[in-house]
Ligand binder design. Structure first.
Ligand SMILES: Cc1ncc(COP(=O)(O)O)c(C=O)c1O
Length: 390
């Protein structure tokens, strides 16, 4: 048996509650899981057909590390038309999901000991990704009273000048569902330029926006082309999570460095996924709207129902597929409350602290789950918490 084989860096990474909860939920048939962060929809039929066809065509070989030429062409057109970002082939790298792009962008820009501003609560991969690189995560607290938007004043308080290299942000946001306003993005853009920061803009949920909300890419704002690495994914928009494909667009020098590293990590994103994702981009977009509408229907129901349960207070998320209610009135820590719900209501939800310490007092419920299951889960939660509120 090897002794002391696991690196200290690895040992220090947090053990995620998500894994534990989802395992319990998967193993017990009577638990309804509102935990998952991936669409409950299968990939749309025409995308599955395209993948089958491409397999018959024997797209079973490696691709150029930066991505296939035709796919990048399609991405360039999409970025221009839908995100207002004008780039060339040299500004794009196709990655194995946007998760890989997050790590590559950080690896190429952050040296050990350097700081990275990350939203708290924020997507759970951000902090560990900085820590893996022995960088310094600088958590920027997000507050409900501020609609969980990044507040530049808060960033001023936590930034270590000269030692901070990047800011990761996510709009629409996981876990809060916030869609950043143009004003907030403009303030962040000014801050990034002033402090010479790379903005890593995670836009995995760009197509999942509701009501009057509009997704704006910070990379499309004036003067930001040299400061932003925009990350996109096929996992949510086209329900293609298992295909593992995404892309990053940004300054040529950084994309070049990311491509160099990519050769030593995954070499290239799966070829079959690239050709299939190209078809998804070029094909009929009705499927995207159909899924968005269904998420919207669930969103309206889940928020209404949560607010009817005494003790819950839920702001209306304008994007992504998560509700992030305030549960402070139950007087329990988020983790204890989530465990209590799992045990007493047989519903798996995630504690807000899974997304950072400022997630304390909140839980995350995913509505990437069938409408009737969400209703049933809420019935169970409502009945269970009656015991607490008596
Ligand atoms: C905010 C955010 N970014 C990135 C990802 C990862 O996406 P991908 O499947 O493209 O790696 C997720 C997945 O849940 C996410 O929520």
């Amino acid at each position: 048996m090897l002794r002391n084989i696991i690196s200290e860096r690895q040992e220090e990474l947090p053990v995620s509650t998500i894994g534990k909860f989802l395992k319990i939920a998967a193993e017990s048939k009577d638990i309804i899981s509102l935990g998952p962060g991936e669409p409950d929809f299968d990939s749309p039929p025409h995308i599955i057909e395209a993948a089958k066809k491409h397999l018959d065509e024997r797209y079973t070989h490696y691709s150029p590390p930066g991505g296939r030429y035709g796919f990048k062409e399609a991405i360039i057109k999409k970025l221009k038309k839908e995100n207002g970002i004008s780039v060339g082939h040299e500004n794009i790298i196709v990655t194995t999901g946007s998760t890989e792009a997050i790590l590559l962008a950080l690896m190429c820009t952050v040296d050990p000991g350097e700081g990275v501003l990350i939203p708290d609560p924020g997507f759970l991969a951000y902090k560990p990704s900085v820590e893996i690189l022995n960088g310094m995560p600088l958590c920027v607290p997000l507050y409900e009273k501020n609609n969980f938007e990044i507040d530049v004043e808060k960033m001023e308080k936590v930034i270590i000048p000269e030692k901070t290299r990047a800011l990761i942000m996510c709009t629409p946001s996981n876990p809060t569902g916030t869609v950043f306003s143009k004003k907030a993005l403009e303030e962040i853009a000014d801050f990034a330029r002033e402090h010479d920061l790379l903005v890593i803009s995670d836009e995995a949920y760009e197509k999942l926006v509701y009501d009057d909300a509009r997704h704006i890419s910070i990379g499309s704002l004036n003067g930001m082309e040299n400061y932003v690495m925009t990350l996109h994914s096929f996992s949510k928009t086209y329900a293609m999570a298992g295909f593992r494909v995404g892309y990053a667009a940004g300054p040529e020098e950084i994309v070049k460095a990311m491509t160099k590293l990519h050769i030593f990590t995954t070499l290239c994103a799966p070829t079959i996924s690239q050709v299939t994702a190209m078809d998804a981009l070029k094909g009929d977009q009705k499927c995207v709207e159909t899924m968005r509408r269904e998420y919207d229907r669930r969103r309206r129901m889940i928020v209404k129902r949560l607010n009817e349960i005494p003790g819950f207070s839920c702001t209306t998320p304008k994007g992504a597929f998560y509700a992030f209610p305030n549960v402070k009135s139950f007087g329990m820590k988020s983790l204890a409350f989530s465990e209590w719900i799992l045990k007493n209501a047989k519903v798996a939800v995630l504690p807000g602290t899974e997304f950072g310490k400022f997630g304390e007092g909140y839980i995350r419920l995913s509505y990437a789950t069938a409408y009737d299951l969400i209703e049933k889960a809420l019935d169970r939660i409502e009945n269970a918490v009656k015991k607490l509120k008596k």
